[in-house]
Write a protein that binds this ligand. Structure first.
Ligand SMILES: [Fe+2]
Length: 377
């Protein structure tokens, strides 16, 4: 039964396919995002932290300004985009994926194909990320139209100098006519997800990911800190991802510090492995698996063997991205998804032909404070 919050706003959990156990996603109806009252925002915030990702339909008319204001409302003192200016670095693995709206620089345009004009951007060409540019192996060319992979499971975060944004808003402006693909893990597990809408964004709950752990692993996760590589998206630019998109293969291809921009030690991000939900108090296993460099254990000892660090993180996270846990959003034009960036991992999927036009607007803001960690015993 939908839960009526007020006469205007109601929250409807997404009906996920039978046999799955997805623990995120709800549709919010009746909210006026262009002119949001404090009361309406408070209801949206509660729903977001209860469902981790909330969908608003038919937002075609929402201005970039209102998208920014909705996003900023979760952290009113923030004003700068979640990656700051780090996208400017030509070597960053993020650089090709994002274009900035000139009159609303916290909002980025992502998508695919040639676009003559959009929000002041003229004659741009967008390129949907394809796993073949990031993974160590790829789906063979002749199978590529029908099959896809998770491109990169991640948190939206610079992970150097800036705090991870609390929320991200992602809006579908233009969506090419849909067809389905099979999503393959290609990791020896034989797991796959069929009928994934082409270009779907995949979400998993990091609270469910934590709940899947054994008691011993929960204790490890609660007491371990994660150190991220400085300038992580440049650092990882020579390396390649696992076929499940959940972290990198260890082949010694990360850029050495001498080839990175200047590093200030105090700007290196060290964050708890578990992040606490500010409304429910629950813990999420929240690690950016591609950017992790070291683990700092309860007793202060450090695991700095990169291959070992990645194996540990992958072992903890992999059950949480199993097919039964993934929400693959079937985007329609006007859909806006707002997600708890401290409580889900997400990934692009799919591939498009160069001429297929798809336009999305994305907004997140570097948070004013680090994420909440576990409550100290
Ligand atoms: Fe993202």
């Amino acid at each position: 039964m939908p839960h009526a919050v007020t006469p205007e706003i109601s929250v409807h959990p997404i009906c996920h396919p039978e046999g799955t156990n997805v623990r995120c996603g709800a549709e919010i109806r009746g909210a006026d995002l262009e002119d949001l009252t404090d009361d309406a925002f408070s209801q949206i915030r509660t729903a977001l932290y209860e469902h981790q990702a909330v969908l608003f339909k038919s937002q075609q008319k929402l201005s970039p300004r209102a998208q920014y204001e909705l996003t900023r409302r979760f952290d009113p003192s923030c004003t700068s985009y979640g990656h700051g200016k780090t996208l400017d670095a030509k070597k960053s693995v993020l650089h090709p994926d994002l274009k900035t709206i000139p009159h609303q620089p916290q909002v980025q345009v992502i998508g695919n194909g040639p676009v003559a004009e959009f929000e002041g951007l003229k004659n741009i060409t967008l390129k949907h990320p394809h796993h073949k540019t990031f993974h160590a192996t790829a789906v063979p060319e002749d199978e590529d139209r029908k099959n896809t992979r998770f491109y990169r499971w991640h948190i939206d975060a610079a992970l150097y100098n800036l705090n991870p944004p609390r929320v991200t808003s992602l809006m579908a402006v233009s969506v090419p006519s849909s067809s389905k693909q099979t999503l393959r893990y290609d990791d020896g597990s034989d797991e796959s997800i069929s009928n994934v809408p082409r270009g779907s964004t995949a979400f998993v709950s990091s609270f469910a990911m934590y709940d899947h752990l054994s008691d011993e692993d929960k204790e490890f996760a609660r007491t371990t800190k994660v150190q991220y590589a400085p300038h992580p998206y440049i650092w990882m630019s020579g390396a390649r991802s696992r076929s499940d998109g959940l972290g990198m293969v260890s082949e010694g291809k990360e850029l050495p510090r001498s080839e990175l921009p200047p590093i200030e030690e105090e700007k290196i991000c060290v964050l708890p492995m578990c992040w606490r939900n500010p409304v429910t108090g629950k813990l999420a296993l929240q690690v950016h698996p591609s950017a992790v460099e070291k683990l700092i254990l309860k007793d202060g000892s450090v695991i700095d063997d990169l291959a070992e660090v990645r194996e540990i993180v992958h072992r903890l996270q992999r059950p949480g991205i199993g097919p039964e846990n993934v929400w693959c959003v079937d985007w329609e034009e006007g859909d806006l998804v707002l997600f708890n960036n401290h409580g889900v991992l997400h990934s692009v999927t799919g591939s498009f032909e160069p001429e297929e036009v798809r336009i999305f607007r994305q907004c997140n803001l570097a948070a004013s404070e680090p994420p909440l960690g576990p409550v100290e015993a």
